[in-house]
Write a protein that binds this ligand. Structure first.
Ligand code: NDP
Length: 330
């Protein structure tokens, strides 16, 4: 069993020396537990936060111990009622090849309708993040004009498409390469998209949304947030999902300089955490599942192979190597 340990807390960009791939014996399940051979590991931007010591909504990873994260795999041995060897489960003990999981922390998933990796992405945590953040936090309604950053990523690509499917008047996305911008418009049906590396975000957003925006779904922070406030219409809503542009900063980034515009627009900014919205999971799967099955909602995954490449996959997210959900296939 190979598993990834955090050796030291990264300062700025994580470096390979901060981590080690360690060999350990395959663990044995106790009463009420199952042994899982992981098939897909999730790597996600929020894991950067857990590598730091700062207190947050999830505890920091412990130094010298195996890291954690979403994973799906096959049960090899079960000492729990209701789960059999051969079943597939979603659980939270990724960054390793084999995991012993308490049955109460393992969710059985089907392998017939969607590929296993979908439970980490389009029908999993990132999908629910898009759904809850757009519909609940940003109070999206038909006719809204929606701007989403990180739009070619797992969360962002789903935000834009759900908005379109639910009757947005205009959907605008930003991403970090021309290839991604083309994908947004030609495959995901965004009305407009721009490459934020090619010019000031505020200017590009004004051009893409000449009539302003009613909703901004923020995955990025920084000048994207300031630009969105600048283009916000009366009664506009901003859902703060993530701020990936600052995760590796060693100094706090300056905030938007134009917050006073929220007074004039009666605009609202609200942060949210997907963990508070799991009550929406059944509704999410019921509504979005058929869109995925019919192809009305498209998704891509970037699949990196081999447990030894998990760290590289994680770093790839911070660099923007991925299109759609980044997963590691074992
Ligand atoms: P993505 O699949 O979107 O991958 C991250 C993307 O961020 C990269 O592909 C890259 O694309 C982009 N990026 C990296 N650095 C920058 C930068 N400096 N400026 C702008 N874009 C950058 O990841 P997820 O979909 O998993 O997550 C998206 C966001 O949602 C993250 O901020 C994450 O922390 C947050 N999140 C929040 C949750 C919550 O509960 N609040 C739950 C899940 C995710 P590009 O090429 O376009 O730069």
């Amino acid at each position: 069993n190979r598993e990834w340990h955090l050796l030291s807390r990264p300062v700025g960009w994580p470096k390979p020396e901060d981590f080690a791939l360690v060999e350990s014996p395959v663990p044995a399940p106790g009463e009420g537990q199952v042994l899982v051979r992981n098939k897909y590991l999730s790597v996600d931007p929020y894991m950067r936060g857990r590598m730091s010591a700062a207190k947050s909504y999830v505890a920091p990873f412990e130094l010298g111990k195996v890291m954690q994260g979403g994973a799906v795999g096959e049960v090899i041995e079960s000492k729990a009622e209701g789960i059999e060897a051969g079943d597939h489960v979603l659980h939270f003990f990724g960054w390793r090849e084999y995991a012993v999981v308490d049955a109460k922390n393992a969710v059985k998933v089907g392998t017939e309708d969607v590929p296993l990796s979908a439970y980490l992405g389009v029908l999993g945590m990132t999908g629910l993040t898009a759904y809850a953040g757009l519909l609940r936090t940003a109070s999206f309604k038909e006719g809204d004009s929606v701007f989403v950053s990180g739009a070619a990523g797992a969360v962002g690509s789903q935000v834009g498409q759900i908005a379109k499917l639910k009757g947005a008047s205009r959907v605008i996305g930003s991403a970090g390469s021309d290839e991604k911008v083309e994908l947004l418009v030609n495959e995901y049906g965004f009305d407009a998209a721009f490459n934020y590396k090619k010019g000031p975000v505020a200017e590009q957003l004004r051009q893409a949304a000449p009539d302003g925006i009613d909703v901004y779904f923020d995955n990025v922070g920084g000048d994207h947030l300031e630009a969105a406030i600048g283009s916000l219409n009366q009664g506009g809503r901003i859902a703060i999902c993530g701020m990936i542009s600052v995760y590796n900063n060693t100094e706090p980034a300056p905030g938007p300089t134009n917050l006073a515009r929220l007074i004039q627009t009666r605009g609202r900014i609200e942060g949210f955490l997907v963990g508070d919205h799991y009550d929406l999971q059944p509704q999410f799967v019921q509504e979005v599942g058929p869109w995925v099955a019919s192809g009305a909602l498209k998704y891509r995954e970037t699949v990196v192979e081999g447990v030894e490449n998990t760290l590289e996959a994680f770093l790839g997210i911070l660099r923007g190597d991925n299109i759609g959900k980044m997963v590691v296939k074992l």
